[in-house]
Design a protein around this ligand. Structure first.
Ligand code: SAH
Ligand code: SF4
Length: 386
């Protein structure tokens, strides 16, 4: 017997669109397209709704008290304010919070809140589900790319964390999420259009209002997109360097074969507005016996000469089956010492949330694995063939 799947629009379940995550223009266009406001008033209405969505974080149209009763009553017939479902939430003993978010059936991304970074805390967001690049130390790299996230899905990660931290209205004082880092799953520069739209929403002063200088986008080195990132978003740049010579970087970050270190450095120098107030962060994961010698620390300092930089030494976070070990603490300190003496302050990023697998790509893989073993157990119990 064979079955066919009918995917024609008429037979697909209709999903009511959520305004949560949309850009200003999208909100305006949707209101007009739904026939709820006329063109002339659309911008003003969109601005009013924007404040409720992104400053107050409301989840019910009834709360939008400065909007006419008629419009308030009509909106739920066309839109929702829903966020995607959180399928797993874990809180570490050190306050790190990790969310696994279901974007569409079977498509999940992860988001991590890390307290004590920046002025108060940083939210680490994903830009893709999986990654097409295969950095050998990264667990996300072992997962096939499922897809790019939309701008709305990136913004919704911030909204979900703010919901959980009770951070609405989006006040400027005493907030917990002061910084955003694009260091979750995926390569943001392979999804630049959506990253740029998401940055516009997140940084907008009438909403979530996390300034562009407090948003950092990390790349493994997609050279042709680096200057464009700066020009379009005005965000801070982070580079996943991890090695100071091409043969080693070719191995750790295979994208280096396409864009070697010298080209990468030229692209970084061209990043708009670099200064001591706007430095590039260089990430360097400490791998035992691989890239952690004093000679490499000195080479790192030489390589960064003339570039306003910060260095983040990241203790390698092992994952099951990973081909590396984390450098010994003494080795990391010796490396840090050389870098410190060259004028870079406190560069070791303390490991966070290790008890909840808060490293790049790890929660998703852990829970996928748990679910796979759960499935096998059920199959065994029901006698179904696998
Ligand atoms: N794709 C982008 C952003 C996501 S990765 C990039 O590569 O920059 C974010 C950071 O996490 C990168 O610096 C990456 O090197 C680091 N990382 C990945 N796996 C890690 C692990 N197992 N332990 C420590 N850091 C890791
Ligand atoms: Fe992708 Fe970044 Fe992981 Fe490399 S380190 S595989 S670019 S997510």
């Amino acid at each position: 017997m064979s079955t066919t799947l009918d995917l024609s629009a008429a037979n697909r379940p209709q999903v009511t669109p959520s305004l949560a995550g949309m850009t200003r223009n999208q909100i305006r266009d949707c209101l007009v397209a739904a026939g709820l406001v006329d063109e002339k008033k659309a911008k003003m209405r969109a601005t009013q709704i924007w404040r409720w969505v992104y400053h107050y974080g409301v989840t019910d149209f009834a709360a939008m008290t400065d909007i006419s009763k008629e419009l308030r009553a009509a909106l739920p017939g066309h839109f929702t304010l829903a966020r995607p479902r959180v399928t797993e939430r874990q809180v570490s003993v050190d306050g790190t919070r990790k969310y696994l978010i279901e974007l569409s059936p079977g498509v999940e991304c992860e988001t991590v809140f890390i307290p004590g970074v920046g002025r108060s805390g940083a939210l680490c967001v994903s830009s893709q589900v999986g990654c097409t690049l295969n950095c050998t130390f990264c667990h996300t790299g072992t997962q096939a790319l499922v897809r790019n996230l939309t701008a709305a899905e990136i913004v919704q990660q911030v909204m979900i964390a703010k919901d959980d931290l009770g951070e609405w209205p989006s006040k400027l004082e005493d907030r917990q999420i002061t910084n955003i880092v694009f260091m979750g799953m995926g390569e943001p520069l392979y999804n630049l259009d959506n990253v740029a739209d998401a940055v516009d929403v997140i940084s907008d002063g009438e909403g979530i209002a996390i300034g562009r200088r407090r948003i950092t986008v990390s790349t493994s080195g997609v050279v042709p997109k680096i200057e464009e990132l700066g020009a379009r978003t005005g965000t801070m740049l982070a580079i996943s360097l991890h090695a100071t010579n091409d043969p080693l970087r070719d191995e750790l970050v295979p994208l280096n074969r396409k864009y070697p270190i010298a080209e990468l450095m030229d692209a970084i120098r061209a990043y708009p507005d670099l200064s001591n107030a706007k430095r590039v962060t260089f990430e360097y994961v400490m791998l035992k016996g691989v890239n952690d010698s004093p000679a490499e620390a000195k080479a790192l300092v030489r390589l960064l000469q003339g570039i306003p930089s910060k260095i983040n030494l990241i203790p390698f976070n092992p994952w099951p089956g990973s081909p590396y070990e984390c450098s010994d603490w003494a080795t990391i300190e010796r490396f840090a010492d050389i870098v410190n003496k060259a004028g870079y302050a406190s560069p070791i990023r303390t490991p966070r949330g290790r008890d909840i697998f808060a490293a790049c790509g790890q929660l998703r893989s852990e829970s996928v694995k748990q679910r796979a073993s759960e499935k096998r157990r059920l199959e065994r119990e029901t006698g179904a063939a696998s």
